[in-house]
Design a protein around this ligand. Sequence first.
Ligand SMILES: [Zn+2]
Ligand SMILES: [Zn+2]
Length: 345
Amino acid sequence: MKAFVYKGPGKKALEDRPVPDVKAPTDATVKIIKTTICGTDLHILKGDVPTCTPGRILGHEGVGIVEKTGPGVTAFHQGDHVLISCISACGKCEYCRRGMYSHCTTGGWILGNTIDGTQAEYVRIPHADTSLYPIPPGADEEALVMLSDILPTGFECGVLNGRVEPGATVAIVGAGPIGLAALLTAQFYSPAEIIMIDLDDNRLEVARRFGATQTVNSKDGKAAEKVKALTAGRGADTAIEAVGLPATFLLCEELVAPGGIIANVGVHGTKVDLHLERLWSENIAITTRLVDTVTTPMLLKTVQSKKIDPKLLITHRFKLDKILDAYETFGHAASTGALKVIIEA
Ligand SMILES: [Zn+2]
Ligand SMILES: [Zn+2]
């Protein structure tokens, strides 16, 4: 089968690999229909993710058809159409029993990281019963690719951790796919204002279409002042960091209102200053989280009932044999306008 392989920092290739087979009784193999590229995959290609070693097939998102199940798999059968979660979960360990699937002792984020992933024609899914979700008949499968990772990530790490409330003011720093996923799902709670902040005017324009009530271009370094001006000097009740850079986290520290929450979503590679000399008295909270994907069944229902339309995030489509082009397009989002690119296997 064809597979996209990480070959070490800065190196990648489309290779021929053997079709994976079930190993453990609880495994299933899935024939990929559609997958996508994540910002995390770009981090891996740069060499930022040491757990992912050269030779690994990347990808932790996708929809497909169950090809084969181990004898211990009871919830899925050959031919079932399934959504693949970016988080594998045994459902039995202490963390899983607490709903913290991201820290499953034999799972978590392993797909396309410590085991081969979904950017291939087939993938082996461990703990299949609790790591796959049935796709309802008639669902738009392409839209559901957005539910493997970015929708639950934006929702759980940003909106739920940030405790977005009716009437609240939300600032989202970063209008990439994750920030936009937070923007879509924040609207479940009817905040009064959602202020989107980014350097790219095109992305801010997209954010307007997705429901942002205000947009701020942070190019001039005055984003915090502008947010204060838009909120009668208070700042944002919820500040969602969806970039993963020191500057964007510092911006959240500057624009959060007294009593507010900074909900970090971004993947950080370096340390960030925490200005407690200013924040110690401000009654704020800071949250971090790796997505648990506990909200995937709920999000599936909201997509089915058309409360949200994650298909809006899809800007480009490629066949698997053109995945190198897809990486080029996705990796140069500022010039290509790419948000999520769909790869058809
Ligand atoms: Zn991802
Ligand atoms: Zn577990």
